[in-house]
Design a protein around this ligand. Structure first.
Ligand SMILES: [Zn+2]
Length: 473
């Protein structure tokens, strides 16, 4: 035993003094017995682990939590967490070695995950995740170091490595996020980094998620039916929005009746009601918020810190955002860098506050010198069918007569940058711009008024332009 003790302290001294040189000599590939390199052999490492194991057991068995003050409990708890993190880091690298060594097949296991699951007493899913993160940690050195240093939990390392393998240049930033933010916020950051990585293919990921979509059910020990599912972001977001809208309705109903149960209970009722058809999904106004950078929308994919995501759910490929725009109940929030540049609510119905604002802005038909105040109709400047949003900047009140001229006779309604309305007749026959059949529709782009007035004067008439939704100042 005494010779072992000497060797243990040798290694400790070597680790303490030789760490700096060892980094430089990394390329030598000194895979030998490790006695004079930075990699100690099993005869040295095993006693170190044995001594640590005994120490941890001794410390833990001496623990009598009831005798501790609150602050002392917090202090020891933090110490245990640090040990767990450091040990988890070692667990990861050992799992990785088990995998690469091929020992599992030799020991009669189907694969490394099966052996890890068996030793650890966890399911195959958990063991597979461990091996996946372990593999990624080999690529993400800084994350591995932070974990070995006790700075990162397994959950944090898992989230960071999943993003950093795709965007290595963002690894340091994500480690910083982990130090400052909650695990939920870190998860959001990591999902954004993954989605914006040049190495990721959002549509391929979307397709893979779709192909691997699943809904499982089983019965737990209490006899309860449990569900677990996996859906693409857009499908999931719509489901969650419908469920939550109905759950909130049920919550309000029972609150008025004096009952008070957690919202998640009503969400379960909502799911059961919707699936069995006992509840109508049409009633609640389900709203899905989509956040997208203007530049990503034009480019077709996000880069850097740009967003293309469904609020509260996760990233979504830009082409899918464009698909979503035709859905009612979708609110698209456009960003320019950090700033919100526009909010478009894609719904045909005009809510009370919008109607009030519109009545206030347009007390009479907006066509100059008309002045009609009765039977006013609300017009979408950029037609709803063409993606025109139901927002005040895309709406105007017209009398029946002028609404008819605009809709059926090719008249153009537009608003200049001084907020003055113009109502232009179609060009005389034979003098139309070279657009032919597009003429009646084309002026609606021009007519988008406040939406595109900044650009409109600089554009030659009839020049092709992107859909008006993308024209943001
Ligand atoms: Zn009028």
């Amino acid at each position: 035993m005494s010779s072992t003790a000497v060797r243990v302290s040798d290694v400790e001294a070597e680790v303490a003094s030789g760490g700096a040189d060892a980094g430089g000599a990394d390329g030598d590939g000194a895979d030998g017995d490790g006695a004079d390199g930075d990699e100690a052999g099993i005869d040295v490492i095993a006693p170190l682990f044995e001594s640590a194991r005994v120490s941890v057991r001794t410390a833990c068995s001496a623990l009598h939590p009831e005798a501790l003050s609150g602050p002392d409990a917090v202090s020891l708890f933090s110490s245990v967490v640090e040990m767990l993190r450091v040990a988890t880091s070692a667990k990861m690298s050992l799992a990785s070695r088990i995998d690469s060594s091929g020992v599992s097949r030799e020991s009669g296991y189907r694969n490394a995950a099966a052996q890890v699951a068996d030793i650890e007493g966890v399911g195959m899913g958990a063991a597979t995740t461990t091996l996946l993160t372990a593999g990624r940690l080999r690529e993400c050195r800084s994350t591995g170091e932070a974990m070995a240093n006790g700075d990162l939990s397994e959950a944090q390392a898992k989230a960071i490595t999943a993003a950093a393998v795709l965007a290595p240049e963002r690894e340091g930033q994500l480690i910083e996020s982990a130090r400052k933010k909650s695990i939920t916020e870190l998860g959001d950051d990591c999902r954004r980094v993954r989605a914006a990585s040049a190495r990721s293919d959002p549509m391929a990921t979307y397709k893979a998620v779709h192909e691997a979509r699943t809904l499982r059910h089983w019965t737990d020990e209490q006899g309860a039916l449990c569900l677990q599912g996996r859906f693409t972001t857009d499908v999931g977001a719509n489901m969650v929005a419908s469920l939550d809208a109905l759950a909130n309705e049920l919550f309000e109903e029972s609150r008025k009746a004096g009952a008070k149960e957690p919202l998640c209970g009503y969400r379960a009722d909502a799911l059961a009601g919707l699936v069995t058809g006992e509840r109508d999904s049409g009633h609640p106004a389900a709203v899905v918020n989509v956040r997208v950078d203007h530049d990503s929308l034009l480019r077709g994919y996000p880069v850097g810190t740009e967003l293309s995501e469904i609020e509260g759910v996760g990233p979504i490929p830009v082409p899918k955002v464009i698909d979503l725009m035709s859905d009612a109940g979708i609110k698209v929030i456009f960003f320019h860098g950090e700033d919100i540049s526009k909010v478009f609510h894609f719904t045909r119905t005009i809510n009370a506050s919008l109607l009030t604002a519109l009545q206030h802005r347009d007390p009479c038909c907006v066509v100059p010198r008309c002045g009609a105040t009765r039977f006013l109709e609300i017009d979408h400047l950029v037609p709803f069918a063409e993606g025109g949003p139901t927002t005040i900047s895309n709406l105007a009140r017209l009398c029946t007569f002028h609404h008819g001229q605009k809709t059926n006779e090719g008249y153009t309604l537009w608003c200049d940058k001084d907020k003055q309305w113009h109502f232009d007749p179609p060009p005389p026959f034979g003098q139309e711009p070279d657009l032919g059949a597009d003429l009646p529709k084309q002026p609606h782009d021009e007519a988008s008024g406040p939406l595109s007035s900044a650009q409109a004067p600089h554009k030659p008439p009839g020049s092709p332009r992107p859909p008006p939704l993308f024209e943001l100042e």
